[in-house]
Design a protein around this ligand. Structure first.
Ligand code: ARG
Length: 473
C-alpha cells in the first residue's frame, strides 16, 4: 500500500553505481543534477515512455501484463505531478530517473523493464522534441493573434497619413495602415519559418538508444506513429547528439523578438511627447516615482530589453554545440534552460504586445499629418511631376531642392507656395501641381502591389486575412 503514496525516493547512483567504489560527492551531485529545471519535461517524458513501452509490447519484448503495469504506473505519476504531489528529488539527478524510480516503486519489476532498449540519451532528445513541438504550436497560435491585431488596426488606418522615414528623417508620406502592414509581413514570415522549423523538430530520436541503436527487435516507426512524429531520425549517432533543431527554433524566436523590438522602438518614439503619434493605454505604462508629469512606455522598453536575452540564448546554444564530438555529451544538458527561457520570454512578449496593439494603441492622425507636412514629404512627388512633363530627373531634383529652400525661407509647406513662385523653379509647373503636392495625392499615387496607397492597404488586408485563414484551416 505504501507504494501508492508519493514518497521520498532514494539515490540515483543505484541506477548505475554498481561499478563505483564511492558515491558522488554532494558538490558533484548538485552540479550535475538537472531535475530542478528538466522536470518541465515530465509529461513529454511520460508520453515518450508510454510509446516506448507499447512498442516493446508490440514487438514482444514486454509482456502485456508488464505493459499494463507500466501504463497504470505512468498514469498515476502523471496525476501526482498534475496535483503537485510528486516528490522530486535531486538525489535522482534528472526527470527521467525521478519518474523511473517512482514507477518501480509503484509497479515493481515492470518499472525496471521500461528502460529495455532505451537510454536516457535518446529519451531526453525525444522529450525535448515533444516539448518543443507543443511550444511551437502554442507560439503559432499567438503569432496568428498578433497578426490579426495588426490587420484590424491597418484596416482602420488605411487612409491615415503619416510621415515615412529613412534615417529617421521625414522622407515621403505613407499611410499608417501601410506601416502597420509592414509588421504583419514580418510576422507572416516568422510564422512561415516556425512552421518550417517544426518539421525538423518533429522527428524521433527514440530507438537510437545510447548512440549505436539496440539489439532488441524494436519498431521505431510504430513508436513514431504513436507520438505523432513525422519520421524517425535516420542516424542513431546524430539522433542523440545534435541539438540543431533547438538552435534553429531559437534563431527563429530571435527573429520574432527582433521584429517585436523594432516595433517597440517605434512605439517608444511615437508615444513620446515630441512625436505624439500614438497614445499607449495607461495600463501598459508606469509613472515616475519622482517626476509626476511622466508616463513611461515600460512594456515596449522591456520588450526591447528582453530581446537581448533571447539573442543571448541563441549564442549560448550555438556555442554549446560547436565543440562536441559525436555522439552524446553531458554538455547537452545545458540546452534546456536557454530553450525554456526563450519559449517563456517569447510567449509572454507575444501575449502582451498583441493586447497592446489590439486594445492599447490609439493613433493621433493630426499629429502624424502635421509631422508629414513639416518635412516637405511631397518633394519627391514634385520631382516626379516634372519628370513626367519631360524634365530629366537630375534637373527636376535640383529644381525641387530650390523650391524646398524657398518654402523653408518662408516657413511654409510646399503646397502653400503660390503657383507663380513655384513656376520660377520650372515653367513646366501648372495648376494641377497642387493635386500631387497634397499628402493624400502623394499616397494615392503609389497605387501598385506593395505601395502605400489606401487602396493597396485595403487589398493587403484582404490578402493577409485570406492567408491567415488558409494557414489555420
Ligand atoms: N539530464 C541529461 C540531459 O539533459 C539526460 C541524459 C543523460 N545521459 C547520460 N548519459 N548522462 O542531457
Amino acid at each position: 500500500m505504501s507504494a501508492a503514496k508519493p514518497q521520498t525516493p532514494s539515490s540515483t547512483s543505484e541506477a548505475w553505481s554498481g561499478r563505483f567504489s564511492e558515491p558522488v560527492s554532494e558538490q558533484v551531485k548538485i552540479y550535475t543534477a538537472s531535475v530542478d529545471f528538466d522536470k518541465r519535461l515530465a509529461f513529454a517524458d511520460i508520453d515518450g515512455s508510454l510509446a516506448h513501452a507499447r512498442m516493446l509490447a508490440h514487438v514482444g519484448v514486454l509482456t502485456d501484463t508488464d505493459l499494463r503495469d507500466i501504463e497504470r504506473g505512468l498514469v498515476q505519476i502523471r496525476d501526482e505531478i498534475t496535483r503537485g504531489e510528486f516528490v522530486w528529488s535531486v538525489d535522482l539527478e534528472d526527470v527521467h530517473f525521478n519518474i523511473e524510480k517512482r514507477l518501480t516503486a509503484l509497479v515493481g519489476d515492470a518499472g525496471k523493464r521500461l528502460h529495455t532498449g532505451r537510454s536516457r540519451n535518446d529519451q531526453v532528445a525525444t522529450d525535448i522534441r515533444l516539448w518543443l513541438r507543443d511550444a511551437i504550436d502554442h507560439l503559432l497560435d499567438q503569432l496568428q493573434a498578433l497578426r490579426e491585431a495588426f490587420i484590424d488596426q491597418a484596416e482602420k488606418h488605411a487612409d491615415t497619413v503619416m510621415p515615412g522615414f529613412t534615417h529617421l528623417q521625414v522622407a515621403q508620406p505613407v499611410t499608417f495602415g501601410h506601416h502597420l502592414m509592414a509588421y504583419e509581413a514580418m510576422f507572416a514570415r516568422d510564422a512561415e519559418r516556425l512552421r518550417d522549423a517544426r518539421h525538423r523538430v518533429n522527428r524521433m530520436p527514440l530507438g537510437a538508444a545510447a548512440l549505436a541503436g539496440t539489439g532488441y527487435p524494436i519498431d521505431r516507426e510504430y513508436a513514431a506513429k504513436l507520438l505523432g512524429f513525422e519520421a524517425v531520425c535516420p542516424n542513431s549517432l546524430d539522433a542523440v547528439s545534435d541539438r540543431d533543431f533547438a538552435i534553429e527554433f531559437s534563431a527563429t524566436a530571435t527573429l520574432i523578438m527582433v521584429h517585436l523590438s523594432r516595433l517597440s522602438e517605434e512605439l517608444v518614439l511615437w508615444s513620446s511627447p515630441r512625436f505624439d503619434f500614438v497614445h499607449i493605454a495607461d495600463r501598459f505604462c508606469t509613472g515616475s516615482s519622482i517626476m509626476p508629469q511622466k508616463k513611461n512606455p515600460d512594456v515596449p522598453e522591456l520588450v526591447r530589453g528582453k530581446t537581448g536575452r533571447v539573442v543571448g540564448h541563441l549564442m549560448g546554444l550555438i556555442t554549446l554545440m560547436k565543440g562536441q564530438p559525436l555522439a552524446y555529451n553531458k554538455d547537452n544538458q545545458e540546452d534546456k534552460e536557454p530553450l525554456f527561457d526563450t519559449v517563456d520570454t517569447l510567449a509572454a512578449t507575444l501575449a502582451i504586445v498583441t493586447d497592446l496593439i489590439a486594445h492599447g494603441l490609439t493613433a493621433v492622425p493630426e499629429r502624424m499629418r502635421a509631422a508629414a507636412l513639416e518635412g516637405y514629404a511631397t518633394a519627391t512627388d514634385l520631382a516626379d511631376y516634372l519628370v513626367c512633363r519631360g524634365l530629366p530627373f537630375r534637373d527636376a531634383h535640383e529644381a525641387v531642392a530650390r523650391a524646398v529652400r524657398e518654402a523653408e525661407a518662408r516657413d511654409v509647406t510646399l503646397e502653400a507656395l503660390p503657383l507663380d513662385v513655384l513656376q520660377q523653379f520650372s515653367p513646366l509647373i501648372k495648376k494641377d501641381v497642387f493635386d500631387i503636392l497634397t499628402l493624400e495625392g502623394s499616397v494615392a499615387s503609389r497605387n501598385h502591389t506593395g505601395g502605400t496607397a489606401p487602396e493597396q492597404v485595403r487589398k493587403a488586408v484582404v490578402a493577409a486575412r485570406a492567408l491567415l485563414k488558409d494557414n489555420s484551416g
